[in-house]
Design a protein around this ligand. Structure first.
Ligand code: GLU
Length: 387
């Protein structure tokens, strides 16, 4: 086999996808499984979106759309960003992709060279380092800790900077920690990136899922400091559309042109039906997002309360996204690592959670609160019984 093949075989499978698949397999085999692994709002996609998808099919929108995405959706997405997050995008800055994940993949394919070092704050979403490696780059972990609120500071970035550092993958509204940065904090980080000429790829897919009245600030809303910012976005979480696979990249027009070429030579386009459905999602965003946010906040509160009642101790509620990232010892377990803990709990206790290790933080576990309050409660009770 070629060197490239053996390098690729060393890249790990996505842990989130793997555990979700395992949990669903157990379910299909007839087991009662509590699946808190998948990062998705377990809510039926809103009716108005489904209707738009249905209508698109009946209207004959079933042929190849442009590789860049359908024009009305690109326009609506750029206007939605500008209106809600004070950015300055137009249609030429906007690409429709097959989920935010593929947008990030295309970006790294286009930007990472064999000697590129990419800064990635940890805990990180499992796919960031693997994608950097897929394209021959080197992921450089920027460690954070729970006691620092899981936040990076400029001094941390400065310590790891080398002439090969070209990109920072930044995830405000973080998967897995739920950490949310303030405008002042973001400004410091972006000022540093701008000084060092580093591209900040800003994964903003949880922008709508910010709780307790918190405000989401886009990294693309800082005037000149945003010149080196590229935003990855998605309909998955904000609109309960994970399976529809619609995401966006917002970037300078020359980058969008290259990504569109890569898209035309790979997947051709995102599903035309999903794109028309996504257009309806954006047109109804002002109603849909608050509804999903309110429901997710209730689910988060249930998870936090039930854990506290069953296991004791007081853990902070995540400020955004869909996850609690908690230490294993908060469940009274001290003698194992996160992978073994999650494997055993899924195998023997039928509760699926994702270990902290693939997120770059041992000793922790990620619990998604996308499920219903009843399911979350029963899952925590099942975990308690098992342990
Ligand atoms: N972002 C979600 C998660 O972390 C979706 C799964 C994935 O593609 O990793 O669970």
């Amino acid at each position: 086999m070629s060197i490239k093949f053996s390098q690729l075989s060393n890249i790990s499978t996505s842990a989130t996808v793997a555990i979700n698949t395992l949990a669903n397999k157990k379910r299909q085999a007839g087991k009662r499984v509590y699946n808190l692994s998948a990062g998705e709002p377990m809510i039926v996609t809103p009716e108005v979106i489904i209707e738009a998808g249905e209508k698109a099919m009946r209207d004959g929108q079933t042929k190849y759309p442009p590789s860049t995405g359908i024009a009305p959706l690109r326009l609506a997405a750029s206007e939605w960003m500008n209106k809600n997050y004070y950015t300055h995008y137009d249609i030429d800055h906007t690409l429709v992709t097959c989920g935010g994940k593929f947008g990030l993949y295309l970006l790294l394919q286009a930007l990472v060279e064999s000697d590129t070092e990419v800064l990635i704050p940890a805990p990180y979403w499992v796919s960031y380092p693997s994608m950097v490696q897929l394209f021959g780059g080197t992921p450089i972990t920027v460690n954070t800790s729970e006691s620092d609120g899981w936040k990076i500071e400029v001094a941390d970035l400065e310590k790891l900077f080398t002439p090969k550092t070209k990109i920072l993958i930044f995830n405000n509204g973080s998967n897995p920690t739920g950490v949310l940065y303030s405008r002042e904090e973001l400004e410091k980080i972006l000022t540093w990136c701008s000084k060092k000429n580093i591209i900040a790829i800003s994964d903003e897919v949880y922008s709508g899922l910010v709780y307790d009245g918190g405000k989401y600030i886009s990294c693309a809303s800082f005037g000149n400091l945003s010149n080196n910012v590229i935003v990855v976005h998605s309909c998955s979480k904000n609109f309960a559309m994970t399976g529809w696979r619609v995401g966006f990249v917002f970037a300078p027009a020359e980058i969008i042109r290259v990504l569109a070429t890569l898209q035309s030579q790979s997947i051709t386009n995102t599903s035309s039906i999903s794109q028309w459905a996504a257009l309806s999602a954006l047109q109804n965003a002002e109603t849909i997002i608050p509804q999903i946010r309110t429901e997710m906040q209730k689910r988060r509160d249930t998870l936090v309360e039930v854990r506290q009642k069953l296991f004791g101790g007081n853990l902070p509620s995540p400020a955004s996204a869909l996850y609690a990232f908690w230490p294993i010892n908060s469940f009274g377990v001290n003698d194992t690592d996160s992978v073994r803990f999650c494997e055993k709990v899924l195998k023997e206790g039928n509760v699926a959670m994702v270990p902290g290790a693939p997120f770059g933080k041992e000793g922790y576990v990620r619990i998604s609160f996308g499920e219903t309050k009843k399911e979350l409660t029963e899952a925590m009770e099942a975990l308690r019984r098992y342990l």
